[in-house]
Design a protein around this ligand. Structure first.
Ligand code: SF4
Ligand code: SF4
Length: 363
């Protein structure tokens, strides 16, 4: 009989875990953000801690556990709920679908993303991945992709969430292979495909099956053409039983993401940056965010010279803990990111992208 304290802040996840825990001696804690210190003091020495929260809360929780002298926890991935997996069925299921973490020994990465293609069928103005400028798919070589994932799995005990994106990932010819490779090396990571959704209703049965077999979920970005087709998109995902995250309200503007000045206030830039956690893998290198790789596209296209030097070769003799600190801190490039928010109206580009779509300076 399993004895655990389950920390959970999302009502659907909590209800699911409560539902499958009958017969176990689990104590459930909701609203944990408010109660956490008292809860930890009361229970930690009696029961195993199961942490069932969004990846966005993981770092705060790990800091809290360490501050309270907790040495070991188990993570319950969200896909357990999304795919109806019964972790309390028996010891085998519990071991297979929860991830043990020894907090003062294991180095974990919170977030990783990577392109499975650079091209996109939407070509939004001001795309932060510059996919509206991309002419080549640049799909990762499958053998090298596997080598990179293997190497990362040797460096990091766990990566809480891995997102495959682009460009439009559903345009990738090798998407199924990338999915299987990520799952092979990171069996308990959240694995998501970030898509504009327009190609979802055209997904093959075989592709849908690979998505399901590997416990993948979809993150559908709410661009105007996506929202126009949202009923078809959701109907397809429901029919093929593919989980998806909450689809936000229609996105009508993009924030400009580049500045030519190198004197922006980094703290302010980071505060408004939506990519500060988006550690990005590309061809054997990892960087704090995708801009470190794709700024070159912008430099070449618009004849500017914003430096991009902070990429780390994952095959060099790197200490994983040092690498994580570097990735989590500010990079040199952050000085080139706007320290105030300026927006442009969302629209599709047709070979008419301009550098002012990204730049806050008026030239
Ligand atoms: S859909 Fe996403 S990847 Fe494609 S151009 Fe728009 S912002 Fe970029
Ligand atoms: S360089 Fe820094 S501020 Fe700019 S997008 Fe990347 S993480 Fe954000």
């Amino acid at each position: 009989m399993k004895k655990a304290i389950v920390l959970c802040s999302e009502s659907g996840f909590l209800a699911y875990l409560k539902g499958i825990s009958k017969g176990s001696e689990c104590f459930f804690v909701e609203n944990i953000i408010d109660n956490k210190k008292g809860i930890l003091r009361e229970f930690i020495y009696e029961k195993e801690i199961l942490l069932a929260v969004s990846w966005r809360e993981i770092d705060a929780w790990i800091s809290e556990f360490k501050a309270n002298g907790i040495k070991r926890i188990r993570i319950v991935p969200v896909f357990v709920m999304q795919y109806g997996i019964d972790i309390f069925q028996d010891e085998v299921m519990y071991e297979k679908y929860t991830k043990s973490i020894i907090l003062d020994q294991n180095v974990n990465l919170t977030y990783l993303e990577t392109h499975v293609t650079d091209i996109c069928n939407l070509k939004c103005r001001g795309c932060m991945h510059f996919s509206n400028l991309a002419t080549e798919a640049n799909e990762p070589d499958v053998v090298s992709f596997e080598k990179d994932m293997k190497r990362l799995s040797e460096m990091f005990h766990h990566i809480f969430i891995i997102r495959l994106l682009g460009g439009e990932p559903l345009l990738s010819k090798h998407l199924e292979e990338y999915i299987k490779i990520v799952r092979k090396y990171f069996p308990l990571s959240e694995l998501r495909i970030v898509t504009n959704g327009l190609l979802i209703p055209k997904m093959s049965v075989q592709r849908s099956q690979v998505v399901r077999d590997n416990y993948v979920a979809m993150d559908v970005s709410p661009y105007p053409p996506t929202i126009d087709k949202i009923d078809d998109i959701m109907a397809f995902l429901d029919e093929y039983e593919i989980p998806y995250g909450t689809i936000a309200d229609k996105l009508t503007s993009f924030r400009k993401s580049i500045s030519l000045k190198s004197t922006n206030e980094v703290e302010k830039s980071m505060e408004i940056c939506g990519s500060k956690h988006c550690h990005f893998l590309r061809n054997g290198y990892i960087a704090k965010c995708p801009l470190a790789f794709f700024i070159e596209e912008f430099n070449q296209r618009y004849d500017v010279n914003i430096p991009s030097t902070e990429r780390f070769n994952i095959y060099e003799d790197l200490d994983a803990s040092d690498l994580k600190k570097k990735l989590d801190g500010a990079s040199e490039l952050c000085k080139y990111c706007p320290d105030h928010a300026e927006f442009i109206e969302w629209k599709v580009t047709h070979n008419d992208a301009e550098r002012s779509d990204w730049l806050v300076e008026k030239l």
